[in-house]
Design a protein around this ligand. Structure first.
Ligand code: HEC
Length: 151
């Protein structure tokens, strides 16, 4: 009896997890790799860039999620394909306000505010090079988002 209950619980958990995920390559791996510790609720509600998904999955692996390198790549591709953040939303760095900059470039509010105030003082940015001159901002993040930048 105990065994039966246990088996149906596992079955129920597996189907509950399966229902929330869209079909696609990598789905089975996500179901296996990402459900031992928590449900998939926060996964299916999330919207992230591929880069962000990469770091979330890395974080989960460091917490104990198990998969080969190849499986991990497939999981990241699957998540990025299905739960992407309005991918590649571009933003004009000379026109956008701080909130939009922070959102589109995935930089901190403080960095976005620094960009806006630098722009106010020094005039429009003409290239990525100009942006790198803003004191104190995380240049790596800006460079990672350079495809989303318009001048
Ligand atoms: C070994 C256990 C474990 C496994 C396996 C695991 N996670 Fe997590 N996950 C956690 C823990 C613990 C938290 C809560 C972290 C926190 O609150 O800081 C979490 C939180 C999350 C969050 C929400 C927090 C955030 O950073 O937004 C997401 C999304 C997530 N996991 C995705 C995944 C994905 C995708 C997989 C499969 C690749 C996965 N998890 C596998 C342990 C795990």
């Amino acid at each position: 009896m105990k065994l039966l209950l246990c088996g149906s619980l596992v079955f129920w958990l597996a189907t509950a997890a399966g229902q929330t995920l869209p079909d696609g390559p990598g789905k089975a791996i996500v179901q296996r790799m990402c459900t031992p510790c928590h449900g998939l609720g926060s996964v299916v509600r999330a919207r992230m860039t591929k880069e962000r998904w990469g770091s979330v999955v890395d974080d989960m692996v460091s917490r104990g999620a198990k998969g080969t390198d190849d499986e991990i790549d497939q999981v990241i591709d699957y998540l990025a394909a299905n739960f992407s953040k309005g991918a590649a939303k571009t933003v004009n760095i000379n026109k956008a306000g701080a909130v939009d900059l922070a959102d589109a470039l995935e930089i901190s509010a403080a960095d976005a505010a620094a960009i806006v105030s630098y722009r106010r003082d020094k005039g429009d940015f003409k290239s990525l090079q100009d942006v790198t001159r803003v004191p104190g901002i995380d240049i790596k993040k800006i460079e990672a988002a350079k495809d989303r930048l318009e001048f």
